[in-house]
Design a protein around this ligand. Structure first.
Ligand code: ADP
Length: 285
């Protein structure tokens, strides 16, 4: 069991299930609606907690009525959020998600009126108590300061960075972390049509993964590029957060000192299991 800190966001997800994706200007009725906590960093923590790790989240928590959804879910999963920055103005980031039951695609409209976590807050956390630190690749300017500070003061604490979207200057962070977790949209934004070619072109020194939906995931282990196929469940019902689940599986295996090959395989297995169910519960076995 490890003590893991994730830096990133929690959101409120309003998920409408529809039988097929609406055309523009259409009016359709949702089959059902769920309001739940989301956000990449906290999704990853919810899975890591079920894999037996002590989990801490540091991000911005706005004291407004809707944040109860976030706090309740984090409490349920024993995730410590005492190191969050608490604000009493603004609004928790909110994702409006249309989940198409015909093919399990998820289309997201995101709204935020919430600042990103500043370095000034991060540097006062009790960093020495963590065995692993995971960063969501968001506010590049502040993240760069956090990573430099981490490298200078705690060079032995392993850290990972999720790179989901192209953000100006994000490449400057790649050499500062031990594990880079790339998404298909990021690889495509760099002009690549497959994960192996994308990873081959990277020059960062650490481990690098790149997920590619139903094709599974690839990992650059420093010497070569290895692949694991996806593990399709009997029926794919919800791919929302498959990448976050994969990242949790990878971190858990690596912090437990599994080989990169084993870690890739078990992360794909866990992500496949998640695609066969709604949400993130019961992912421990
Ligand atoms: P994201 O959630 O960021 O869009 P991906 O779609 O790349 O991420 O999925 C992450 C991982 O989840 C994949 O590498 C794969 O292992 C698993 N996965 C995704 N879609 C499926 C699917 N349809 N069947 C089985 N596994 C899947």
């Amino acid at each position: 069991m490890a003590t893991i800190l994730a830096i990133g966001i929690a959101t409120i997800d309003i998920i409408n299930h529809v039988s097929q994706f609406p055309a523009e200007d259409d009016e359709v009725r949702a089959i059902s609606q769920f309001i739940t906590r989301g956000g990449n960093a906290t999704n990853t923590l919810v899975v890591l907690s079920q894999l037996g790790h002590r989990c801490h989240w540091s991000g911005v928590l706005i004291d407004e009525p809707d944040s109860l959804v976030v706090k309740k879910d984090l409490d349920q999963h024993q995730i410590d959020y005492s190191s969050c920055l608490r604000l009493n103005t603004g609004k928790m980031p909110t994702s409006y998600i249309t989940l198409n039951e015909a093919n399990a695609s998820r289309t997201i409209v995101h709204h935020r009126d919430c600042p990103e976590l500043p370095f000034a807050h991060f540097k006062h956390l009790d960093i020495a108590t963590f065995d692993w630190i995971h960063f969501e690749g968001r506010n590049v300017e502040e993240l760069e300061k956090m990573l430099h500070w981490l490298r200078q003061h705690h060079p032995d604490i392993p850290c990972s960075l999720e790179v989901e979207k192209q953000r100006t200057g994000i490449e400057a962070l790649f050499h500062l972390v031990d594990v880079l977790m790339f998404s298909r949209p990021y690889a495509k934004s760099q002009g690549f049509e497959n994960a192996a070619d994308f990873l081959q072109a990277q020059t960062a020194p650490g481990l690098m993964s790149c997920t590619w939906g139903e094709q599974g995931a690839w990992l650059h282990n420093g010497k070569e590029i290895i692949h694991s196929p996806a593990f399709p469940p009997e029926r794919v019902v919800d791919t929302l957060g498959a990448g976050d689940t994969f990242n949790a599986g990878l971190i858990s295996a690596l912090v437990n000192k599994d080989s990169p090959e084993q870690a890739l395989h078990s992360a794909c297995q866990l992500a496949g299991q998640k695609c066969g169910q709604f949400g993130f519960d019961n992912l421990s076995s």
